[in-house]
Design a protein around this ligand. Structure first.
Ligand SMILES: NC(=O)c1ccc[n+]([C@@H]2O[C@H](COP(=O)([O-])OP(=O)(O)OC[C@H]3O[C@@H](n4cnc5c(N)ncnc54)[C@H](OP(=O)(O)O)[C@@H]3O)[C@@H](O)[C@H]2O)c1
Length: 295
């Protein structure tokens, strides 16, 4: 059996490649820049771009199953190429946003567009819908390494951040085992703590007390406008959102932070149901990533 892994340079895709290789599966991995991939020698590496289905025609030959990264702009063409290559099953790295109450939010629409295309294709599928990635905390590495306080938006808001290894293990299960066709797996981290507590746990892992600044209100609004600018422009240009929707996206993010100040968020038991062991905690993630936060 040959499995094609897209997004193999990503946090999740890289772990999926490793798990499949460990399981003795033939793995083909794609990237837009394959020369940047540092994968086990037995992995067959190809150049392919999810916005251009033609680049997948060769890469999909002889492939039985696909781990797919969400990129809805050309998904119908990718699914047609998968079908004509004889692919049997697709596991999509989607998002918990799809199942949230803001179905109109661009993150939900982005992933839902890919899910709907896969459903229409008639191929067997599994949708892996993770919540917030623990790996998002890697954005704090620069401050931590420099000995500067970490700037946290609503530091006392709660999150349940999932370890990329758990996402990859659930995805690998769905690729290698029967019984996952048609499943929509909502997965979260193993605990719910505040962002400030996350910083403290990284400090514990690297043996240093870490400081953070708690940024709230208009200061967050100004920073988010700046940070989201390139991404929002890209979404407007590709037609995913209307130009008028951009301010609302920032307000929605702030509303989430404020609501999450109230207490721990819900922990989902799906990782344990699928893997037979609980989801990893943020403390475990911090220990696994010590090297990312030290010089
Ligand atoms: N961050 C979160 O909290 C969160 C939560 C829920 C869901 N998600 C979803 O999870 C995914 C991010 O996964 P990740 O952390 O592994 O991402 P990542 O580490 O940022 O990696 C992104 C991967 O996507 C690939 N990619 C991007 N555009 C591509 C294209 N046009 N063609 C082919 N490959 C493309 C990149 O491949 P190359 O550059 O090598 O081509 C790269 O391997 C996104 O769909 C995101 O919406 C994220």
């Amino acid at each position: 059996m040959t499995i094609l892994v897209t997004g193999a340079t990503g946090n999740v895709g890289r772990n999926v490649v490793d798990l499949l290789v460990q399981a003795g599966t033939d793995v083909r991995a794609t990237s837009r820049n394959p020369e940047s991939l540092d994968l086990p020698a037995e992995v067959d590496v190809r150049r392919a771009d999810l916005t251009d289905p033609k680049t997948f025609e060769q890469a999909l030959q002889g492939v039985d199953k696909v781990f797919l990264y969400t990129q809805p702009s050309a998904i119908d063409g990718i699914m047609a190429a998968a079908k004509s290559a004889g692919v049997k099953h697709v596991v999509l790295l989607s998002s918990l946003a799809v199942a949230g109450r803001d179905a109109d939010h661009w993150i939900a629409r982005w992933h839902l567009a890919a899910e709907e295309s896969i459903e229409r294709s008639g191929l067997s599928w599994t949708f892996v819908r993770p919540g917030l990635f623990a790996a998002n905390s890697l954005q704090w590495a620069q401050s931590i390494k420099a000995g500067a306080p970490v700037r946290l938006h609503y530091a006392h808001s709660y999150v349940s951040a999932i370890h990329e290894r758990d996402i990859a293990e659930v995805s690998t299960c769905a690729l290698l085992q029967d019984g996952h066709s048609g499943a929509k797996y909502h997965i979260t981290g193993g605990d719910s703590i505040t962002q400030g507590e996350q910083v403290a746990l990284i400090g514990k892992a690297i043996g240093r007390d870490l400081a953070f600044d708690d940024i709230t209100g208009d200061d967050v609004r100004v920073e988010l406008r700046q940070r989201f600018k390139p991404r929002l422009q890209e979404l407007i240009q590709s037609g995913v959102i209307e130009p008028t929707a951009a301010p609302e996206i920032i307000e929605t993010r702030i509303r989430y932070y404020v609501e999450a100040l109230e207490g721990p968020v819900e922990i989902d038991g799906t990782v344990e149901k699928v893997l037979g062991k609980p989801a990893r905690t943020f403390a475990e993630w911090a220990v696994d990533h010590k090297a990312d936060f030290t010089n």
